[in-house]
Design a protein around this ligand. Structure first.
Ligand SMILES: C[S@@+](CC[C@H](N)C(=O)[O-])C[C@H]1O[C@@H](n2cnc3c(N)ncnc32)[C@H](O)[C@@H]1O
Length: 275
């Protein structure tokens, strides 16, 4: 584990790391256990997975969802660039059967050609370079038919979180930095342009959500970088102060929580013919 002294200062514009968030990740953006079980079952259902199928999860993280694939008769490999996130996964009870690999999905994947029947990514694909991932996806996909399923949390566009995110991202982009967010649909569209076939969308869970603007801003303040991008010193705070002023004007105050609804959705494609 890098110490404060040995850890290099990340370059502005580069992707943010999840290492520092590993121990609080599940508290911050955890999903209920029952939903995670259902997501795993729904992913396998969408992909029409068969016993013995080989699956790869990109950005497996703390295994919040990935651990539940181990209850099914598939061969699971979870890949993540963050050693700390994978450590949390490894320390879950009953993880002996999981193949967890620390590797950067933005580099060649450590898997042979045509060796995977299903690739899954939850809340991750937008963090990776799409062209590279599509190349690797088509390379590792079994020629007998494979699926790629992506999952993410969908928010209503008028919700506090969605409106604030949009404003925050606009300010990051305006300063010339890349925004790494919500690229799942674009990614699947690019797969379809290369001949993949759309799988039916599945909404696995819906839940009521309440958020006050101050809470969203405080969550961003506690993280390194914004919109998945490392920013130069001071810029993150400058953007968050602007957002506070924007939110106070837009919502009337920062502390009133507003009701909305969120959903965990799965979308995907079948590659090399029907699975
Ligand atoms: C938002 S978390 C999602 C974790 C998990 N899939 C979930 O839904 O709970 C994103 C994960 O992607 C990983 N990640 C980001 N960039 C990556 C890369 N280039 N290669 C592999 N994993 C990456 C992060 O370390 C993190 O664990």
């Amino acid at each position: 584990v890098p110490t404060a002294a040995s850890r290099q200062e990340p370059t502005p514009g580069s992707p943010t790391s999840f290492d520092e968030q590993a121990t609080v990740f599940d508290l911050r953006v955890g999903l209920p256990e029952e939903d995670c079980r259902r997501i795993a079952a729904a992913v396998l259902g969408m992909a029409r997975a068969r016993p013995g199928d080989r699956m790869l999860e990109i950005g497996a993280g703390t295994g919040m969802i990935g651990r539940w694939f181990l209850n099914h008769p598939v061969s699971y490999v979870g890949l993540d660039v963050s050693r700390e996130m994978l450590e949390v996964f490894r320390h879950r009870p009953g993880i002996v059967r999981a193949g967890l690999v620390q590797a950067d999905g933005a580099q060649p994947w450590p898997l042979p050609d045509a060796s995977v029947d299903l690739v899954f990514g939850s809340r991750t694909i937008h963090l990776l370079p799409p062209e590279h991932v599509i190349g690797e996806l088509f390379r590792v996909a079994s020629e007998d038919g494979a699926a790629c399923v992506l999952g993410w949390v969908e928010r209503r566009p008028e919700s506090v979180k969605a409106r604030l995110s949009k404003e925050m991202q606009r300010r990051v982009r305006e300063r010339g930095f890349p925004v790494r967010s919500a690229g799942g649909r674009r990614f699947l569209e690019a797969c379809r342009e290369r001949g993949a076939e759309e799988l039916p969308k599945t909404v696995v869970a819906r839940w009521p959500a309440r958020q006050a603007p101050r809470q969203s801003i405080a969550n961003w303040r506690a993280k390194e970088g914004l919109a998945g991008t490392v920013l130069p010193p001071g810029v993150q705070e400058e953007i968050l102060r602007e957002l506070e002023a924007w939110a106070a004007e837009t919502f009337g105050d920062l502390d009133t929580a507003r009701e909305s609804e969120e959903a965990y959705v799965l979308e995907g494609v079948a590659l090399h013919g029907v699975t």
